[in-house]
Design a protein around this ligand. Structure first.
Ligand code: CP
Length: 320
């Protein structure tokens, strides 16, 4: 594996989940694989889970890890060619990425979207330039349009906790006070649509009018604007807010209460409730769910290690 950016970078979802669960059962089985190999984690935005779980996964494989908080500690990056750099940017991505590639065998990059320039965000301009100029394998730690380590984690978690062969999974939009990216729901949808194609789940998306995701991420998904209807018979409910894709980055007032709570949970098949975290309590998701028996959020966060470890393992194997 040379790049982990989307579901397209994995051949077979069942196989990668099986491999991740085998790693979970024996986390140190490959602790020699990463000896004398360095992982560089580059953050242009904040992180708790992605940073710590990927670092832990790399350590389990015997790797050395360097973390660069580019947004706070790095030089201001210029990403465009043909610019006379007489403004606020100090270092071009061409040099910055190439230099990091000299120090590291594998790099990870987190770079959120602007939510202002849809074209630059949805062509993954910054991420693709980083991949091009660094010259080493790159794992996405969340890009403008996707969060593949989170989505792989989510599939692992669903596989571990399912009570029927082909569970009904509902991605449910939730309220928020800020305009959030579409990366997590895009990515979750992309992975669930592929899982549906492979016969692993049935997948529904519920959101208010105006919050349609880009069709490129939702092939084969059932889409509903009625949360109560969508929740009927659900085995898993994946709660997440996102801003509008069509009216890029916009947040519309929503009259109905879309926050997931125990009353809505009664409509489901005693569904397990998931969220990528961080979560705003009693705004996106009720405390009664988060603190109750149906919440999977901590187990889900815990599984981030095994998703990262299977990806790093595959990249290290391809370095040999
Ligand atoms: N879910 C997730 O990616 O968490 P962090 O933003 O804290 O890394």
């Amino acid at each position: 594996m040379k790049k982990f950016f989307s579901v397209a970078d994995v051949d077979n979802l069942g196989t990668v989940v099986e491999e991740a669960l085998a790693i979970k059962a024996a986390p140190y089985a490959e602790e020699q694989l990463g000896k004398h190999k360095t992982l560089g984690l580059v953050f242009l935005n904040p992180s708790l889970r992605t940073r710590l779980s990927t670092q832990k996964a790399a350590m389990n494989l015997g790797m050395q890890v360097m973390v660069m908080n580019m947004d706070k500690d790095g030089w201001a990056l210029e990403t465009q060619d043909g610019v006379v750099m007489n403004g606020t940017t100090v270092e071009h991505i061409r040099e910055a990425a190439a230099v990091m590639g000299e120090y590291c065998d594998i790099l990870g990059l987190r770079s959120f979207p602007s939510l202002k320039d849809k074209e630059a965000d949805y062509t993954e301009d910054l991420f693709n330039k980083f991949v091009k100029f660094c010259g080493v394998p790159v794992v996405s730690l969340e890009s403008a349009t996707r969060h593949p380590l989170q989505s792989l984690t989510d599939l692992i978690t669903i596989t571990e906790h399912k009570r029927v062969d082909r569970p009904k999974v509902v991605l449910a939009w939730a309220p928020h006070v800020k305009a959030l990216p579409q990366a997590v729901p895009n990515s979750f949808s992309e992975w669930m649509c592929q899982a549906q194609k492979e016969g692993l789940v049935d997948f529904t998306i519920a959101h208010p009018m105006g919050y349609e995701l880009s069709k490129e991420f939702t092939p084969g998904a059932q889409i509903s604007n009625n949360l109560e209807e969508a929740l009927q018979g659900a085995d898993f409910v994946y709660v997440k807010n996102w801003s509008s894709f069509v009216d890029y980055g916009a947040v519309y007032p929503v009259a109905q209460n879309w926050m997931m709570d125990n009353e809505k949970l009664k409509l489901t098949n005693d569904a397990k409730v998931m969220h990528c975290l961080p979560v705003r309590r009693d705004l996106e998701l009720s405390s009664e769910i988060l603190d109750g028996p149906n919440s999977l959020v901590i187990k889900e966060a815990s599984n981030r290690v095994w998703a990262a470890q299977v990806v790093l393992k595959r990249m290290l194997e391809d370095l040999r």
